[in-house]
Write a protein that binds this ligand. Structure first.
Ligand code: ZN
Length: 127
């Protein structure tokens, strides 16, 4: 909650209305800032738990098989923008009974890959 120092309008930064514009330059600046913040939050749809789970599904593995993870449970659920741009996800290594999982990135777009724990004929593409 606050009050605009220019036009005296009371506002709540937590309430964002995309169609609203103001005659007041200070209010408009605040509206644009809140819109950018809302858009940034909307892009934060990934978490390591989601991305690791997708890789696990491809490998017939699951979180039930996790032996150790450098990420805590809370860190696994932190939401971030996995899209192109800057790297946002916390680096990690996660071990299951059969595989080792790790983060990948391409121009900032983030994902998860894994390799087998034991020597075998599985090849690894460039990450
Ligand atoms: Zn104002």
């Amino acid at each position: 909650m606050g009050k605009c120092t220019l036009c005296n309008l009371e506002y709540d930064d937590n309430i964002y209305v995309s169609t609203y514009t103001s005659e007041c330059s200070e209010c408009n600046k605040r509206l644009i800032k809140n819109r950018n913040k809302a858009m940034e939050e909307n892009r934060k749809t990934a978490s390591w738990r989601i991305l690791i789970s997708e890789e696990m599904e491809n490998r017939n593995d699951s979180f039930e098989n996790v032996i150790f993870s450098t990420l805590s449970n809370a860190e696994l659920d932190v939401k971030f923008d996995k899209g192109y741009g800057s790297i946002e996800g916390k680096p990690f290594t996660l071990w299951t009974k059969t595989r080792v999982y790790f983060p990948t990135s391409y121009d900032g777009a983030e994902g998860c890959n894994s390799v087998p724990r034991e020597p075998c004929d599985e090849i690894t593409e460039h990450v």
